[in-house]
Design a protein around this ligand. Structure first.
Ligand code: TA6
Length: 292
């Protein structure tokens, strides 16, 4: 009987390894609650992690699924780029091996350190559910304070692919996107399949249908179906989808070329605008990976 459990990863950092009876596995670092590996039952790795990722707790792990909260990018200079969630150590609250899924739940609450940068009370929960055919990740944001706050959140998923030159993302045709490579110009997606001939950094803005399914393909071969959705107080919200590949020109130091060739980021979020969360209210953001 395979069982999930606590382990140690790179840099001797605490991790949780999820093992499903099908043979599928996943690994999550308590640092940032960063999922760094998802292997399907056939043993194939579906998540990209940089070979130069830093595992000493001084900066976000490069790759996997970094959790972005309470800001996307760095509009508030008092906060780190992409906020505090991915650079904080989370707690493991639950770990259950059920027939249908192996599930781990992590949490992070505000602290003097976070309040120094962002003076609000919150509780984050990150739930990972591993099944024989899928991986479901849900980030839950609770405003545990007495006053509303404005926030953004995102799952910064690095999907492993054979080659960015043959990869495309299907399902965003017709959507408006913010092209950050073109200075934030708003454009309309006219392509059925988005390919990646060069540095790409786009926010596909949420609209109806509010949840958003895309398919990542290599040539005409489907690699992974990706289901993205968001709710606030149980009401579906239009989920934004960020698509990123830095190519060599925008590759950061912990992502030395040619690593950019091996991943595409497909990132569900509430990021195009900030969202207000009233005291006691809850937002959830989820992504389900269904490898093909
Ligand atoms: O994926 C979108 C993005 O905001 C890009 O603009 C780029 O900054 C990327 O995230 C990586 O950010 P990081 O702070 O992890 O280097």
């Amino acid at each position: 009987m395979v069982v999930s459990g606590k382990s140690k990863g790179n840099g001797d950092l605490d991790t949780v390894v999820l093992r499903h009876e099908s043979g599928a596995t996943a690994e999550v670092y308590l640092f940032g609650a960063t999922l760094t590996s998802y292997k399907t039952a056939d043993g194939k790795e579906r998540i990209f992690c940089s070979p130069a990722a830093i595992f000493d707790g001084t900066k976000a792990i490069r790759g996997g699924v970094p959790l972005v909260f309470p800001q996307f990018g760095q509009p508030d200079k008092a906060l780190p780029q992409h906020g505090v969630a991915r650079i904080s150590t989370w707690s493991l609250d639950e770990l259950n091996d059920l027939a249908e899924a192996s599930v781990a739940k992590f949490s992070l609450v505000d602290s003097p350190e976070t309040k120094e940068k962002w003076n609000h009370c919150f509780k984050l929960e990150f739930t990972v559910a591993l099944t024989s055919v899928s991986l479901n990740m849900t980030l839950r944001v609770l405003n545990s304070g007495d006053a509303p706050f404005n926030f953004s959140c995102l799952l910064h998923t690095y999907l492993k692919i054979p080659d960015i030159a043959t990869t495309c993302v299907h399902g965003l045709a017709g959507r408006t996107y913010v092209d950050k490579v073109a200075g934030g110009e708003k454009k309309k997606e006219t392509n059925t399949d988005i390919d990646f001939p060069s540095f790409t950094d786009r926010i596909y803005v949420g609209e109806a249908p509010l949840a958003k399914d895309v398919v990542v393909k290599s040539g005409e071969t489907g690699l992974c179906a990706v289901v993205n959705e968001a709710l606030i107080n149980g009401t579906p919200k239009a989920v934004d989808v960020v698509i990123w590949n830095p190519y060599e020109e925008a590759s950061p130091g912990d992502l030395p070329p040619p690593a950019y060739k091996e991943f595409v980021c497909v990132e569900p979020g509430l990021v195009d605008t900030t969202h207000e969360l009233a005291s006691g209210s809850v937002a959830t953001l989820s992504q389900k990976l269904i490898p093909m």
